[in-house]
Design a protein around this ligand. Structure first.
Ligand code: PEP
Ligand code: MN
Length: 355
């Protein structure tokens, strides 16, 4: 059976199909026409090719509104193959140049390596000021510290919450270091926008889409950590949620993923850096502390992160790790952080970056 269609020459967007629908061999012309019309009614263009075994419909244009799952459910459809990534704003395709995020003159992305350091949790005024002062002396550009803590156990320390934000502000006043801290829900979003320089979305909230959308309505820089079991595509789609609401100030952070290995807390996926650099224009930093879960692995992994082309590091530093309220086992002392910075600086230089 041969099917011949009169096809208006479609406007091919950048010369390739974005989506291909493959129909089974004996599909009725009327079925193909119906699906073609559905796709075209969403503003896309189609072309039909009749092969010996299959009928292929190529789709170009903005396919974001097409319900391909429903098309896939049609019994005449053999499969739907996507040719282009589903993230438009986070993707490099329409935005070839690297994004450099500017936080009051402190940049993430580009030539300078951004270093975010500080304790897992803010515990007291003395603690946060001492650590902030020390990491600044060693060359950190941002201060981290959790005020709202996502803990595995509800009985573990949950953070100082709003008091923690106040203490971070004091540390910023003392040192001038901009603050990076995690938001857990939309509850205090206005306070975070007011008080915080970079809002962190933790691994556990990477797919909290309500939170991502609300953060997308702000202009704050969002540090988006990769989910525990998130694929690179899911990671970039989470960034897309923020960006699709209008906030393009997104920094990605790899912090290790869940694998079958149990020796380390997580498995640091260093290949994500070149992958993200190819797929996206967004800056990507590495958190070796949460990745390994062991303080003595922080230095080698931090060095590897810089060598592989990361735009920055997030490192947990504590003045008294043995008595830290959270993540002491993976926190390095200020002296060790100073040493790590010296090593990292040397590698950054080889990579043509400054610290
Ligand atoms: C943190 O940065 O303290 C944290 C909880 O990280 P993650 O979300 O990567 O586990
Ligand atoms: Mn931590």
């Amino acid at each position: 059976m041969s099917l011949i269609f009169f096809i208006k020459k479609p406007k091919i967007e950048r010369g390739y199909y974005k989506m291909v629908i493959i129909f089974k061999q004996n599909t009725e012309k009327s079925v193909i026409e119906k699906i073609k019309k559905e796709v075209e009614s969403e503003g896309c263009q189609t072309t039909v090719s009749q092969g010996k075994d299959y009928i292929v419909v190529g789709v170009v244009g903005d396919t974001s509104r097409v319900n391909f799952e429903r098309i896939q459910a049609n019994e005449n459809v053999d499969k739907v193959v996507r040719v282009q990534e589903p993230y438009k704003k986070a993707g490099r395709h329409f935005h070839p140049q690297d994004t450099i995020v500017d936080i009051e003159g402190n940049k993430i992305g580009g030539k300078r390596l951004a270093v975010i350091a500080g304790p897992c949790s803010v515990e007291s005024e003395e603690q946060i000021i001492e650590i902030a002062t020390r990491v600044k002396q060693s060359g950190a550009n941002f201060l981290r510290g959790g005020a709202f803590k996502p803990r595995t156990s509800p009985y573990s320390f949950q953070g100082l919450e709003l008091e923690g934000l106040e203490l971070l502000k004091i540390a910023k006043k003392e040192t001038g270091l901009p603050i990076v801290t995690e938001i857990m829900s939309t509850d205090f979003i206005d306070r975070f926008v007011e008080d915080v320089d970079v809002i962190q979305v933790g691994a556990r909230n990477m797919q909290n889409f309500t939170l991502l959308k609300e953060l997308g309505k702000t202009k704050k820089t969002i540090l988006l950590k990769r989910g525990l079991s998130a694929t690179i595509e899911e990671f970039l789609m989470a960034a897309e949620y923020i960006m699709s609401e209008g906030n393009e100030n997104v920094v990605l952070c790899e912090r290790g993923i869940r694998t079958f290995e149990t020796y380390t807390r997580n498995t640091l996926d260093l290949s994500v850096v070149p992958a993200i650099k190819k797929l996206s224009h967004l800056p990507i930093i590495i958190d070796p502390s949460h990745a390994a879960g062991m303080w003595w692995m922080v230095e080698p992994l931090a060095k590897a992160a810089v060598a592989v082309g990361a735009d920055g590091l997030m490192i947990e530093v504590h003045n008294d790790p043995a008595n830290a309220k959270s993540d002491g086992q993976q926190s390095i002392k200020p002296d060790k952080f100073d040493e790590v910075m010296k090593k990292v600086r040397a590698i950054a230089e080889i990579e043509g970056k400054e610290v």
